[in-house]
Ligand binder design. Sequence first.
Ligand SMILES: [Ca+2]
Ligand SMILES: [Ca+2]
Length: 527
Amino acid sequence: MLCIPKTYAGQATLAWDANDPAPEGYRVYQRAEGNAYDYSNPAWTGTDTSCPLNNLVDGTTYAFVVRAFSGTLESADSNEVTYYVEPSESTTFSISASAETNGQIDPAGVTTVTQGDSQTYTISPAAGYEVADVLVDGESVGALTLYTFNQVAQNHSIQAFFTEVSQSEDSTGETNENDTDETEDSTGETNENDTDETEDSTDETNENDTDETEDSTDETNENDIELSLIPQSQMTVISVDSEELDRGDYSADYVIDGLADTFWHTEWYYSTPNPPHQIVIDLGGQFNVQGFRYLPRQDGNVNGTVAEYAFYVSQDGQTWQTAVATGCFDGDQTEKEVLFQETIGRYVLFEALSEINGQAWTSMAEFNILGEAVSSTSSTLISQSQMTVISVDSEELDGGDYSADYAIDGLEDTFWHTEWYYSTPNPPHQIVIDLGGEFNVQGFRYLPRQDGNVNGTVAEYAFYVSQDGQTWQTAVATGCFDGDQTEKEVLFQETIGRYVLFEALSEINGQAWTSMAELNILVDDSN
Ligand SMILES: [Ca+2]
Ligand SMILES: [Ca+2]
């Protein structure tokens, strides 16, 4: 009786009952399914009553018989047993490696690693650059040039960032000759910061131009836009119009998991909604957004790969202005990068308008946003004492004193309130303030009334900056405040002006009033 008593780790053993009397030996013959036995070529010969099965091809069914032999005599075939060799099940994981501009990581891209193995990465800055940081699975591990994933047991990502080597002060005595009106660096680069007219009249090294100390060799060029990726770990998918979760897991969350082999895919199993498809992402904070990267799915299938797109930036995730970028990607699977005019916001919306083969799906392996964190640390508040309320459309002066001036008196417990005693004008309500001089305005703070009553607390707003207090361009910021009484801060693209207009478009409970305890204006006074 021939049988296969045990298999382990893809290794099978064949065993049979001993003949009595014992023969000289046994011969095992094997054939792949569909083939005949080759009795001139036994797979195994020996005196044992079992043998291992070696050199079997994965995914193939084999049949075996055993024959006893003595001298030239050989028995008939035993019963035949078959054995299917399971495809090997060694588990693998993906490590996705990327390097930002000005350096390389090796190996770049997606590397498949067998479970338990290690994978080492070499990080090489370009000349004049050094490693700024390395993120492993979104977490900083420091400015390493070598990193090894040991005993890999899950998917990973690694991203390398680079920064210009900081030049120590130029002490070589390289004289930066000051000539005439044009301030040129010795390197020939026009130095934009030296716009002040205070020129050294000597032939000394030009190190102490006014407040800005410039390195004469290091080109400080403001046009060098440092593009950095916003860490995906702080991003959240807020909404998506469609994601396939029934036939597989193609959640929108996979676009920000750092893994090239996982992807978002719109529904295709029970329904196939038509484009446009939209995904909205919270960046986790205010950013000066400069661009994005779209990595199409990397599994060899191109379904859902985006052709036409539009990209939006918003302060509040609800109000979306005109798209900051629109276009049509090339129909291949490489990562696409789109840059645009810097736009401050916390939320981004990617809209897929068409698919490369005209299908209804959208798919996306990875989504990255390029931008710089915005904080008000570089801004200063204009002193309210130099501000003046120029105009207000409504203020209650009969039912109490709720003058618009109280919005800039520095006191939390006094506030501007629109009329409610004799009349209740509807919004929008507007207050125009003269800042007392021209500023690089980059934000404002709105403090709702602090007396326990919420009437008039602003929900939707728009904010404008003007040079003359009469001509108002497009709002520099629009949005909707959370419905609580904490102070709200809104930052936006720096805009030069002397006058600001705050417009309240709605109230948190849909009432007609507007109230405001304090309005403060943030400006950039760094130059
Ligand atoms: Ca992914
Ligand atoms: Ca006040």
